[in-house]
Ligand binder design. Sequence first.
Ligand code: FAD
Ligand code: NDP
Length: 456
Amino acid sequence: MADFDFDLITLGAGSGGVAASRRAAAHGAKVAIVEAGRVGGTCVLRGCVPKKLLMYAAQYGDSLAEAAGYGWQVPSDLPFDMARWQAAKTAETARLEGVYRALLAQSGVEIVEGHGRFVDAHTIAVGDRKLTGRHILVATGASPVRDAIPGTQRCATSDDLLDLSALPERAAMIGGGYIAVEFASMFARLGVKVSLLYRDSLPLRGFDADLRTRLATALANAGVELMPGQAPLRVEGGPGAWRLVLPDGQSLSAPWVLNATGRRPNTTNLGLEAIGVATDASGAVRVDAMCHSAVPHVLAIGDVTNRKNLTPVAIAEGRAIADRVFGGARGAQVDLRRVATAVFSVPPIGTIGPCESDLIDDGVTLRVYEADFKPMRHSFTGRSERCYMKLLVDDATDRVLGVHMIGADAPEIVQSLAVALTAGATKAQFDATMAVHPTAAEEFVLLRSPRRAGPN
Ligand code: FAD
Ligand code: NDP
């Protein structure tokens, strides 16, 4: 049997790569992890973590203003200092990078700094160094798409947004997905006049329609100018003076533009084709349910496979691979059919399971329960923010198939309910669960009359 330098070489020290490498090392494997940039990857350095830290900044502004309704004397002028946020965020992400490096070192994983590339099916070149591995894991993530719309190549992406030290006065944001919606919601609260341009009639294609309409209302209430069906045909000009040419023949000028038209797997210049690893039209590595590519000892996880591009998925896939390949756990595999997700708009969305229209299309006879109310927190604030919850129940089995919520703490609430759905909970079991009062979450166990029941 051939000798290799390492049992596992991982390309990419992001969420998935770090999790897989540490777990493999814990099973006794000799592991190297190759990283072209900073250790930690998208989530820690330019994704979930800094994004949520900016969301907190936006929410503090709301809370300060709302406190007046509860008796606090609040100055009318509350300026936000982005430079101060930026300094704090930079220090925090540097701290987290240090934590990740230390965890890898403690696990005995060797960090190799530089861009990794296949030389042959078992050999990775990093600069002048060549490493051989029995197994190779591609965990190189994804990067913002810059060419979906002509002229957007030089527009800011989420990477640039999170590095700003000063906010623009006005911003045009292109896209109606997670990134556009989250940052439109935050920027509007931080004092930026935001126009959101997307090609569908509502933001967040693929989410439950009742969440989409309410999110659009919440964005509009926060002052975001919604421009459905107005994704620009092209973008002209440059930093400070952009001109967006719109499908209706009009144009929109903005000093700053966010291009949030999706992300593309990082597979260019990896040498995958030469060793027979297949990719799809988006550049994603094609994998089976066990994350094996067309070359069995080359595996791929996370965003580079472009399936469910979420941090917990990348981590779970990484650990499952390590458990299977090095830990003898034969069946270890990640079930992507029921993945909970959150959109960190204000108010946020939390959701798990199919949306109502998908279940109807599948011919499921549903009972649909919902609650729509003004949260108690806003009794004195004068805000119009509402909370909406929906349970989708299979009438034949009484199983709860979908939970959808937009409202304060929705991600936290849905995370807990995800356990119940994973366990196959029925509506009767929701009904038998005692409420915690007074909370918003208790509404989920107090829904008694379906809005709609019976055949669709
Ligand atoms: P990554 O974390 O991207 O790691 C890939 C690593 O590979 C990078 O460090 C890169 O430098 C390195 N690399 C690339 N090519 C090479 C090479 N040839 N050689 C060596 N190294 C290489 N997900 C959530 O679940 N919740 C959220 O709230 C959330 N918010 C997000 C907000 C934003 C703005 C963005 C952009 C993403 C967000 N995501 C969120 C998605 C989440 O960040 C990704 O799904 C997750 O980071 C994917 O992990 P990964 O390991 O696949 O890739
Ligand atoms: P999304 O896939 O969520 O959204 C992309 C948006 O770009 C869609 O609205 C899409 O429109 C639009 N778009 C794509 N191509 C064009 C085009 N040619 N012209 C006009 N509009 C276009 O991608 P994001 O960049 O927002 O986020 C990337 C991924 O990162 C997410 O899918 C998610 O997996 C992850 N993420 C997760 C977060 C979380 O968990 N909270 C937060 C941020 C990111 P259309 O809908 O019409 O196709």
